[in-house]
Design a protein around this ligand. Structure first.
Ligand code: PMP
Length: 440
């Protein structure tokens, strides 16, 4: 309308709005239009240009996938959510975790703060929970605000902008965004059915001497693949030979659908080169923001110095988790959750089977939360994602997990978040859109 009134093209108006927004004069609010945020400064007054004030060009240049994904349910409530990687409210309700939160809230005044490293009692319980000879003391553990903060601290400690790090490709988008935002050079290593290709890695390590290697060796996000025991040993041998620390992100270890996975790299680590990360985000729920880092004492001491700069992790959550673990409530909760996840995965896979004739391919994951779908080349996954969202179904686009847009388009579907009836409804919508491909 404005374009018509002004007698200019629509593109000119869109561009002008974009510039005003970039300069902070206007802001758009979803569903309700654009608003004036600030008036232009009076003559002689200098407005601070925040975009040129910060030291992180790479931050501004990197995609903002995490914010997009987290904000999507606020913008689109009441949708069927195959996009988020979490265990779903239904499994959480049966865990009775909220009873522990209530009881803990009453004890809270006596725990005004805990140490920077995290509640000592929780760290002791975590040492017991991990059950690894290599992590025998609570001094080797620091509690973090989710494992993402752990990875942020580790990365800040070990690498500077321009440094090189190695990771599987595709990989967990939160790690990719973190490395890109901090200006690191990411050297990708492909995966096959047995996880990271160690034969390829050897050449990579010889060539680029990375600051560290980041891996999700067990039920990898997004592919669901697991590094075989034999490759775990070869990976450790290479890390020792080249002196490269390994950051092992073990978020999905306890979420096997059938038999248990091989031991963590940390449990095979003879030289202390593995930094182990885990989280209650997948064991309970991600909004809890409680994860942990376990490593050799000197590294944990350093990490805790850095953590100190943002004080500590929330005490209420730490106390509730500690009480939950102390009562032995986590194991039965996980057994129950795994049973439900296996049923949900089977339902989703039945729907996927019907899509096979359309050229959709996937591997059945042995654990974790996701199906990683390869789509026929002519399908645009971003377009599919938008069409699905308009019909009330959220999914994660594969390009978030890749450095460059792959030739083959992918999407990731989480099978753990929704109950069976919702999986049926959501998959029927996806199937209808894929069958009726002319819009893509
Ligand atoms: N690592 C992996 C492999 C993940 O999939 C996720 C969550 N999607 C995280 C880390 C983030 O965990 P947290 O919520 O504890 O920060």
């Amino acid at each position: 309308k404005l374009a018509e009134q002004l007698g200019v093209s629509r593109n000119t108006v869109v561009r002008a709005y974009g510039e005003l927004e970039a300069e902070g004069f206007i802001a758009s609010r979803m569903g309700s239009g654009r608003y004036v945020e600030a008036l232009p400064p009076a003559p002689g007054i200098r407005r601070i240009d925040w975009n040129s004030r910060h030291g992180y060009e790479s931050l501004a240049a990197s995609p903002s996938h995490m914010a997009d994904l987290l904000g999507v349910t606020d913008r689109y409530p009441d949708t069927i959510n195959f996009a988020h990687g979490d265990g779903g409210k239904h499994t959480l309700a049966s865990s009775r975790f909220s009873d522990y939160v209530k009881a803990t809230a009453e004890e809270l005044p006596s725990y005004y703060f805990t140490s920077v490293q995290g509640l000592p009692h929780l760290r002791e319980l975590l040492v017991e929970w991990m059950g690894m000879e290599q992590v025998s003391s609570p001094e080797q553990v620091t509690i973090t605000s989710g494992s993402q903060e752990g990875l942020y601290l580790i990365t800040t400690l070990l690498a500077r902008p321009g440094d090189c790090i190695v990771t599987e490709m595709p990989t967990y988008f939160g790690s990719l965004q973190l490395f890109q935002s901090l200006g690191l050079q990411i050297v990708p290593v492909p995966l096959d059915a047995d996880g990271m290709r160690i034969d390829v890695l050897e050449g990579v390590l010889a060539r680029c001497r990375p600051r560290f290697l980041y891996t999700v060796p067990t039920y990898h996000n997004p592919t669901g693949r697991t590094l075989s025991l034999e490759r775990r040993k070869r990976l450790l041998a290479l890390s020792e030979r080249y002196g490269v620390p390994i950051v092992e992100d073990d978020a999905y270890r306890h979420l096997h659908l059938a038999e248990e996975p091989p031991p963590p790299l940390k449990a095979l680590d003879e030289t202390g080169s593995v930094i182990y990360l885990n989280t209650f985000s997948k064991l309970l729920f991600p909004g809890l923001r409680i994860g942990w880092v376990a490593a050799s004492r000197p590294f944990v001491r350093l990490l805790t110095r850095l953590k100190e700069l943002s004080i500590t992790t929330n005490t209420l959550g730490q106390l509730a988790v500690a009480a939950f673990l102390r009562d032995g409530a986590l194991l039965p909760h996980l057994a129950d959750a795994r049973r439900q996840y296996a049923e949900q995965a089977a339902i989703m896979e039945r729907h996927l089977e019907r899509l096979r004739p359309l050229g959709i391919r996937w591997e059945r994951p042995a654990g974790g939360f996701y199906f990683w779908l390869s789509l026929p080349e002519e399908i645009n996954p971003r377009r599919l994602m938008t069409l699905c969202r308009e019909q009330g179904v959220l999914l994660a686009c594969g390009d978030m997990f890749l450095l460059r847009e792959a030739e083959q388009p992918y999407i990731r579907l989480c099978f753990t978040h929704e109950r069976p009836e919702q999986i049926d409804r959501g998959m029927a919508i996806i199937a209808r859109l894929l069958h009726d491909r002319k819009e893509m």
